[in-house]
Design a protein. Sequence first.
Length: 134
Amino acid sequence: MSTATAATASSKSLTKKEFKKFQELLEEKRQAVLERARQMLAVENMSLDTNDLPDEMDLASSEYLQSFEFRLRGREKSLLSKLDLAIKKIGDGTFGICEICEEPIGKKRLEARPETTLCIKCKEDQEREERTMG
């Protein structure tokens, strides 16, 4: 299916009002991610000062927490990229189209995860393949 055909299929499954609703939802989620990042940076200094930690257990605990926070930030960065991509797709008319099968993604799935790029069937296939491979 070509991009033009995908845009036409998307147009049939989502109304202009729904596109607008999803765009607002995506932009709200994007702002929430950015705000959480700002708060994290404002509240915490990410450097460890070993002189402030009295023993090895405190140091290990602090390093574990720091590692956990870095992983969270990585996930937030990934989510931000997905949100930006979804907003871009709304602009170019390909929002709501599965990247694998090029069929419309169900409205309920889009409401639950508006940043998704796969329909539920393709996502389930992907997860099954990941379990098999890894």
